[in-house]
Design a protein around this ligand. Structure first.
Ligand code: CAA
Length: 427
């Protein structure tokens, strides 16, 4: 039969520190519900001085390499919009930290939060040509906005590593995509700035316009109808944005889709959120409705909005990794995905939107990382708002020779800068 190609393995990693939005609200004199309900965010990950996109990327990819070795891996595609160099690919440092073979190509992809999807599609292309090869795709980002701007509570940090292969264990990527590109200044980062510049209101409409364009192109390309898509994942700059996108897609298609995210999970609730979402998904799902009184209206269709937003509420925005962190959250919390079709909407400001679909491979649930991810999120060390602000303001210049303080508990660290070059080591 035809060779299926897709995601064989996936891992999520994040930073050493966390900022709690309740603390942030208190320090700013803001109602905490502005963040919990208004943005759908509880916390954001924040890197220690000895962490960056390379250390998170290596931490995400290491367990994949440990499990399956390097055989057939001849390509490493690194997607980021918070790169560490204008010329050299950040993936080169990951290649070194993981002792990957020298018989490889290593390259960086950029188009805001979208580029991991471009990397994934390029990986599928390589494996289509050479089904014996496997491609390591890593999305890693640190989302930074200026202090005291509306974007600040939507910061975050995280990396997702994916192994793309033939006959994958998790997800078979289907061939049809809906695409939309439009030159728009909604969000960008000039070469001389470490923080992004954003027109918040425009970025939200640009995102929704890209969804409209990509969805209609999917139909024009002969892609599946909404009724043939069981779950839908969105890029999540903040989880409320996924809800806005879902409402928008419901409007475009006329389909009654679920629009509930788990709101106001709370501190203790962070651990309970999975259960809460699972309960709410079960309660509103077709099975629950069918098992109950038939006269009760069935309500909206459960497409996984609640289960796919659980990790991101705690990670914050991880830019290129965000959609795939949503995928991790869905795979780890939805117990009924075998054979189901997932629609994935990837958005990158500037802008590109892509809507593509994938089938979940039966047996996927044996590879759940729920415990490990939850432990990693719980293990982050909270920063006081004063400490966070000081860390945010402190930036290394590439012109200074520096050794970074040893802070991270992660497996890899950014050791410092010497002769204007960045150095990394195993922690
Ligand atoms: N209780 C409950 N809800 C409250 C509240 C309270 N006390 N106070 C405010 N809210 C609600 C508001 O009603 C609003 O809800 P709706 O969006 O449903 O209208 C929500 O909180 C946000 O409040 P504001 O409208 O006042 O907006 P803001 O000043 O907080 O800014 C933002 C929001 C523009 C998204 C800002 O966070 C931002 O600039 N973020 C960075 C850009 C971004 O993430 N854009 C997303 C699309 S672009 C993209 O996706 C690429 C990417 O990754 C950047």
């Amino acid at each position: 039969g035809t060779v299926t190609i897709g995601i064989d393995d996936i891992e999520l990693a994040t930073s050493h520190h966390v900022v709690r939005l309740d603390d942030f609200a208190e320090a700013n004199g803001t109602d905490p519900n502005k963040f919990r309900l208004g943005l759908g965010q509880d916390e954001f990950s924040f890197p220690a001085p000895d962490e960056d996109v390379v250390t998170m990327a290596a931490a995400a990819a290491a367990p994949i390499i440990q499990r399956s070795g390097t055989e057939g891996i001849r390509t490493l595609l690194f997607a980021t919009e918070s790169g560490i160099d204008q010329s050299k690919a950040a993936g080169m440092a990951v290649h070194s930290l993981l002792d990957l073979p020298s018989q490889m190509r290593v390259v960086e992809f950029k188009e805001a939060c979208y580029s991991a999807t471009a990397a994934l599609q390029a990986a599928v292309g390589i494996v289509t040509r050479s089904p014996g090869q496997r491609v390591l795709v890593i999305a890693s980002d640190v989302a930074r906005y200026e202090l005291d701007t509306p974007g600040e509570p939507t910061q975050g940090a995280g990396a997702v590593a994916m192994l793309v292969s033939a006959d994958p264990k998790l997800l078979e990527i289907e061939p049809v995509s809906g695409l939309n590109s439009a030159d728009v200044d909604d969000f960008w980062r000039p070469n001389d700035s470490t923080t992004a510049i954003v027109d918040g209101a425009l970025s939200v409409t640009a995102y929704l316009d890209a969804l409209t364009g990509a969805w209609s192109d999917l139909a024009a390309q002969g892609g599946p109808a909404i009724a043939e898509i069981d779950r839908v994942l969105y890029h999540q700059p903040f989880t409320k944005m996924a809800k806005k996108a879902q409402v928008h897609l419901a409007g475009l298609t006329g389909e009654d889709l679920d629009t509930e995210i788990v709101e106001g999970a709370g501190d203790a609730g962070a651990a309970d959120a999975g259960t809460a979402a699972a309960n709410s998904a079960a309660a509103s799902g077709p099975a629950a409705a069918a098992g109950a009184d038939n006269s009760v209206a069935t309500g909206p269709r459960d497409t996984g909005l609640a289960t796919s937003t659980l990790y991101n509420r705690r990670l914050g925005n991880s830019y290129t990794a965000s959609l795939y962190a949503g995928l991790c959250s869905l795979l780890d919390h939805d117990e009924d995905l075998a054979g189901k079709r997932i629609g994935l909407f990837s958005y990158g400001s500037g802008s590109v939107g892509e809507f593509f679909t994938a089938r979940v491979v039966p047996g996927y649930a044996e590879h759940s990382h729920r415990q490990a991810v939850t432990e990693a999120l719980d293990a982050r060390v909270p920063l006081s708002i004063d400490a966070y602000r000081a860390l945010h303001a402190a930036e290394f210049s590439s012109a200074d020779d520096v050794s970074t303080p040893k802070v991270t508990a992660g497996p890899f660290r950014f050791a410092g800068i010497k002769g204007r070059a960045r150095h990394y080591e195993r922690a």
